[in-house]
Design a binder for this molecule. Sequence first.
Ligand code: SF4
Length: 290
Amino acid sequence: MPPDPQESKSKLDPSMRDALHARLRFYRDLGIGEFYRHAVEPAAWAQSEAEPVPAGHPVQATATAPQIPQSTASQDQETAIAPRKPFPAAPTPAPPVPPEQHFAALKLIREEIGDCTRCALAKGRNKIVFGDGDPNARLMFVGEGPGADEDAQGLPFVGRGGQLLNNMIAAMGLKREQVYIANVVKCRPPQNRTPEPDEAHTCSPFLFKQIDVVRPQVIVALGQTAVTYLTGEKRPLSAWRGTVHPLRGTKLIVTYHPAFLLRDPNQKRHAWADLQIAMRELGLEPPART
Ligand code: SF4
């Protein structure tokens, strides 16, 4: 008897599951982001069911098309993958906050989030990872969501990816304390999976509020998820990189997520080229080599 796919899925070896997850992130960072599971058009499915079996075909002797009870057929339609919903419009940018009030304004956003249970990610998190850095930063980094280290410490980008981000910031001639760092979602997705659209759409208004308070000159989006939910447009990463895009009165530059760079260090030079665009916009010179 062939294995039950659901049973196989639940028995997937954890290392295999992690490897699959890494591979999917790899493809996603390349801009290949459409993966379908049983995406069957109900109309096409119905048509193939209705196709007559030719006379004399061996199947005809043993199998007439099974009659599916009405209730089961309608359940199948309800569980089919829904067509992608259009992205909700990003909130209108808020009026500027005086620089001396940025810290307090960010604190108010954190208080508004509270002990948030607005989306399903609340169930598995340890700590909400709000954001970190200078409330008056000229440069802001936006990532996807917290990982295990971030979830444990309540701070963004503190694991291996965070160490690499710190190195990237240092290469730009800045200190981490001089930039602001936040994520699309503030709670860790289980097994570090990509946030679901409803989770990202529920949480991202807080990110937009943070952006409107900090008002950085430049935002660097780290990876596909960050740029997708910042802009509301789904395009391959390659279509975003290498150019400056307007976003909420600031300039958006797009590069790879540090986790992707850890998996494929050859891409670091391309990320450095992206960061040099940000430096040009900020009027920064790279630090002299010693
Ligand atoms: S991810 Fe955002 S919206 Fe979801 S529970 Fe956490 S703070 Fe709330």
